[in-house]
Design a protein around this ligand. Sequence first.
Ligand SMILES: N[C@@H](CCC(=O)N[C@@H](CSC=O)C(=O)NCC(=O)O)C(=O)O
Length: 280
Amino acid sequence: MSLELVSQTKSFGGWHKQYNHASSALGVSMRFAIFLPPQAQSGEKVPVLYWLSGLTCTDENFMQKAGAQRIAAELGIAIVAPDTSPRGDNVANDEGYDLGQGAGFYVNATEAPWRDHYRMYDYVVDELPKLIEATFPVSQKRAIAGHSMGGHGALMISLRNPDRYCSASAFSPISNPSDCPWGRKAFSAYLGGDESTWSQYDTTELLRNSQSKVPLRVDQGLADTFLTEQLQPEKLLGAAAESDCSLQLEQHEGYDHSYFFIASFIEDQLKFHHQYLVTE
Ligand SMILES: N[C@@H](CCC(=O)N[C@@H](CSC=O)C(=O)NCC(=O)O)C(=O)O
């Protein structure tokens, strides 16, 4: 597995780096970013948080706007941010910002033309961690977090893989993609018209029937213009009440859907993950 270094920038005593690599899951070249805290330079294996971004994002939005590096450096946590879909001239796309390139929804597509490359679930769950753990001084203590489409992806992936993650969190997740416009558009295209196949990728559906012990935290701004139509965090609370899962929902008056909101509470989310990442 060969990696091409694209950039490296010192930050808070650690390093922000971007790499390209050939992805076998996706069949294209993918770029990801990693922040390695100062503790990683002494050979110590540090725990790692995977960050899944939202619609229209690349590996750069979170790394440039969330301001996570200072606290990640202090806590000794590496952060890995993949792109949000396969990309390229030979990769299927759509005119809308909410489907195709930049909008992979972290599922394995079964429908043409998407199924040729859109296998973001396999990429995030299997291929990327394998690559990261074989290349960088990181331990197998993993957490997963994300925003909006990526917040949904993080919760969904943790519920499907409770043995792989110590904790999971989301900012403003699309809680029930089978029942909102963004999710229905994407799932119809990627997974087809048989809605019974959607529940395997729908956090609310998974949560309702889950016995996962992975602690979950959600931060939601109450001035988010997508709150009622697309996000619907009350669905998560309802589903968690029917299950054995621990879900902490933090609601924040006046905050919107943007990275200004994420930057305001990323410290709280990283400290939430840290308590589980450092437990034996
Ligand atoms: N019209 C907007 C819609 C896209 C948007 O709001 N994207 C969010 C994620 S939304 C859910 O997944 C985002 O993170 N944008 C990038 C950013 O840096 O803020 C648009 O076209 O941007």
